[in-house]
Design a protein around this ligand. Structure first.
Ligand code: SME
Length: 173
């Protein structure tokens, strides 16, 4: 049976991430198709946490991210390295938490309703191969609990058989 990714209302945010990770690892283990793995990861995060927008931008070549599987409204299809929150997280190879997107220099507004954002890089052998981008329509919606909850999800995603079949362009930014 597929997991439901629903939580008891009494759980804290940290506990929700813990439950999510335990269900997600069973759900995604053995997946050998990269597109399937990314699409179901975005859907699982969306179902579990009700994020306004959640999806992947994937390294396409030395300079550009291309939009990957996501849940939410139509979004920017290309982001240059070092630009916006996503391109900066790629260039700096670190998670960025932006409490107010209007205060982030160069923020790329795919939706005028987005108010805060977290971007987590996907690291494979020390190289960023893409980023997970999550937007909220509320200010300051993300904190270190989200970072600590999301980074292991991506770590696990990159342990699946799917990641060994990554396109060459993703492995060599
Ligand atoms: N705000 C992002 C662009 C992607 S959308 O939020 C989906 C950025 O500044 O990189």
């Amino acid at each position: 049976m597929e997991p439901t990714f629903t939580f008891s209302p009494t759980l804290s945010k940290r506990e929700r991430y813990e439950q999510f990770l335990s269900e997600y690892t069973v759900f995604i283990d053995g997946e050998d198709d990269w597109t399937t793995a990314l699409a179901n990861t975005a859907a699982a995060l969306h179902d579990a946490f009700g994020f306004f927008w959640v999806g992947f931008y994937l390294v396409h070549d030395a300079d550009w991210l291309h939009l990957g599987p996501f849940q939410g409204s139509v979004a920017c299809s290309r982001i240059k390295r070092g630009r916006g929150v996503c391109g900066t997280a790629w260039a700096e190879a670190r998670t960025l938490i932006v409490p107010d997107v209007d205060a982030f220099p160069g923020h790329i507004a795919c939706s005028s309703l987005s108010r805060s954002e977290i971007v987590v890089p996907m690291l494979q052998d020390g190289t960023v191969i893409g980023v997970l981008d999550i937007d909220s329509d509320r200010l300051a919606d993300f904190d270190d609990i989200d970072r600590a909850g999301l980074e292991p999800v991506l770590h696990h995603l990159l342990q699946t058989p799917a990641s060994s079949a990554l396109p060459r362009t993703c492995q060599q930014p």
